[in-house]
Design a protein around this ligand. Sequence first.
Ligand code: GLY
Length: 574
Amino acid sequence: MMQRRYWLYAAVTIFFSCKTFQKNNNPAVSIDAYNYGIQKKITAKNGAVVSAHPLASKVGVEILKMGGNAIDAAIATQLALAVVYPQAGNLGGGGFLVAKLSDGKEIAIDYREMAPGKAHRDMYIDSAGEARTDKSQDGHLAGGVPGTVAGLFESAKYGNLSFDKLIQPAIDLAEKGFVIGKREAGGLNLLQEEWKQYNTVIPVFVKENGWKEGDTLVQTDLANTLKRIKEKGAAGFYEGETAKLIVEEMQRGGGIITYQDLKNYKAKMRGPHVFHYKGYKIIGMPMPSSGGLLLHQMMKMIEDKNIAAMGFHSPQSVQLMTEAERRAYADRAEYMGDADFYKVPVKMLGDETYLQERMRTYDSTKATPSNMIKPGILLRAESEETTHLSVLDKEGNAVAVTTTLNNSYGSRTVIGGAGFILNDEMDDFSIKPGVPNMYGAIGGEANAIAAGKRMLSSMTPTIVLKDDKPFIVTGTPGGTTIPTSVFQTIINIIEFNMSTEDAVYTPKFHHQWLPDTLQIEKGFPQNVTDVLRKKGYNFKKRSGIGRTEVIKVLPDGKFEAVADNRGDDDAEGW
Ligand code: GLY
């Protein structure tokens, strides 16, 4: 059985009720934030939500039960994650939403963070010419202008319920507190010194004797920020008291986000990145995420190779996928960035002839060293901590959302008096050509810093359609490993015919061109590494890759939701 249930705190059971939702005569939502378990899999017929935290998934399903659609549930789940999952859930970061709506519309909403007006190309290069990744990764200067709140309001245009209903569960969770699990306690404890170092006001995450499983985390400042958003909409964040708290924090800590930056921030509706693979239609995120295009490149590079016959985790299939990954990531480094600022040759990079040409150097008898692979010559000019949630509802709305603070707990700077963590997304720009970011990714002109530009992302919220209907809704955190995890999860299901759990839980691998290393998770089969080592591959064992969340539609129309077992991720449904 994939279902795992444990009780975090059994001594007391204190229920709190979220506001009563009047619409559809529904009763009040009751979520027990002090006594809850984790569920890894569920099959449901009316709707399903899978996210990084059980309380957030439960909030999402309650919203569905009240007559909310998948967009409403995704919004409420994100808001709950901003409270119960401070590692990556956020108000101070950004994200992407991809949806296939029941009326047939396919949408992509970009609420990626934006470089502040005072940002410039060399802002992280010191007088000795050295790239200061300490400044791009931690503290006030690491933060881009947050996009999440604008994105939630842009998303709400497609929902059924009013925003105050969607935000109330998050307010309650912040104000009344919730019991934390072992992983959260460990994460907060690990950063006790950094919470002090990078903050001008000591945040609620600092605890003298350390956190332990079963402690209650109350976030009063965050609750007040959420209440201002409930009352004033996006202006409750980008203007007024919250904006004042952000700007004052910047002034105290040497950050550069201004009132004007906040006021200028807009979420952008974009046309999703769409491609086809063997009869499936795949809807992904366009620039400024590399995710949709990388997935497209990798899948099309293997499409004509009969990978199913090679078998799952065979040396042949792993080698083929690795070589596709390597080539796609070489293109990422050269060509991909915010397309509003840099002409990204999306069409050419996804062109079938171009991709076949890319694979002409593929040799199944040996590795193609990365120094032999340059970004493709175009035929014509032209902490890993992030979090993903998938939602499907009974009307057929499918929503995939990935949001981020960049690495775990972002910049580690909490906005004094406002209670939310600022992202460290500026590190996703190429801060100096050839200097790797925290994920080891390099870049150049396409992803150079410029005021108002959005940093290149790897987030890959994805919907796979079969017969034009949602079939798989998926995504994962994991920095640059995101597109390769999504690639492998989809191939595991549609080519290797694996169960959803196996597709998610089996060890993953990752190649990103540079460094020229095949990263493998614990449990990756030794016989495969033995064969591939002889062909010239270098391996690096590493901690878990991603936390992939999948909802798959079964032949009988029911939804099978599977939460990754690499974390406290949780699947709920009804
Ligand atoms: N910060 C991780 C990403 O956007 O790819």
